[in-house]
Design a protein around this ligand. Sequence first.
Ligand code: 7TS
Length: 412
Amino acid sequence: MKTEAAERINVEKIREDFPILKRKVNGKPLVYFDNAATSQTPQQVIDCIVDYYQNYNANIHRGVHALSQEATEAYEKARITVQKHFNAKESKEIIFTSGTTHSINLVASGFEEFLSDSDEVLVSGLEHHSNIVPWQMLCEKTGAKLKVLPMTEQGDLNMSQFEVMLNENTKLVMVNHVSNALGTINPIEEIIQKAHEVGAKVLVDGAQATPHIKPDVQALDVDFYTCSAHKICGPTGIGMLYGKRDLLEALPPYQGGGEMIDQVSFEKTTYAGLPNKFEAGTPNICGGIAFGRALDYMNNIGFEKIQAYEQELLEYATDRLNEFENVIIYGTTTDKKTAVISFNFEGLHPYDVGTLADKMGIALRTGHHCAQPIMDFFKIPGTIRASFCFYNTKAEIDLMIEALQKANTMLL
Ligand code: 7TS
């Protein structure tokens, strides 16, 4: 029986858009549950990439010829698509980067000249390494102190600690909108508001939220927001940094080169305005255009429908996993989480379970998910992670459960 949400998003029709979902792995139909690592690409985005290279591949912003103008127009149009999607005030506030990691490093390196050893930088305990290491590097260079907002057994942030840790020395607060390892949706509205009360700027890593939630950066009043296109049906190697205009204008350029300058002489170079100041060199033009197409694709389905359907998948998978007596699920937040389940079986190593599941065509992620501090908190080497997308089905979850039953029988 089809559920309401499933009918509303028409999963069978959507699956037709994803050619890779038809392939087999180890002789079995592919069940792709590693969407938090990267999502699959619909034919519409693949066509957009092919169209670019077949018809108007050219470098942008520099040629008077037709191809260069067409490519420039499409790239800048994609920037406006991204701006509208995130509700940024101006398209200048959207910097195309190679992805979240690049976006965070750009901001962290820019703050080098604004921090000193009396300052504090607060990072949540639920972060991916890419929202930890750049801030550690910044603190090493500036002498600023790195503080960590602790997490709870349920996989939430300990918000009563947050207010205690904030003070007038706190210059930056970093948190992911959604945890990649546990799926927890963090209370970013409250974090942003309280951080602003002490004058701190807030960077929100949106890599895991953007596949499920449509953020409004103006309503959030967030200072910086990041995402990676490959997690939202786009290609790899492209993503974005949103920053409030005055902050982006105050930050120094990240890289020097072509495109990011106004005038160059050996005596003095002046820099271009936003967004070019942060886009040195030939950018990922095709990627930017395909990023825009991917957002159009997801918006055509609609984020409310996506969320409602994915919540059904999450609840169904959680119930089915709880049929196992030896299952341990990590991230049992009482508030909402996205369609990600991290779990282990008592007595089994996650890697062994993942390897056996792969033999049965089920793509699961095992390991520390680039979030070692979370694994250390739970005192485990890693977890098995199933992360769902709107093209997944309950029938696929049943196949995963069957594979996990077999793994349990074989390995226990
Ligand atoms: N932040 C979060 C919350 C992430 O989940 C990831 C990637 C990144 C940053 C880095 O994104 P990138 O596009 O720059 O690499 N997360 C994962 C994952 O969970 N499994 O593989 C990659």
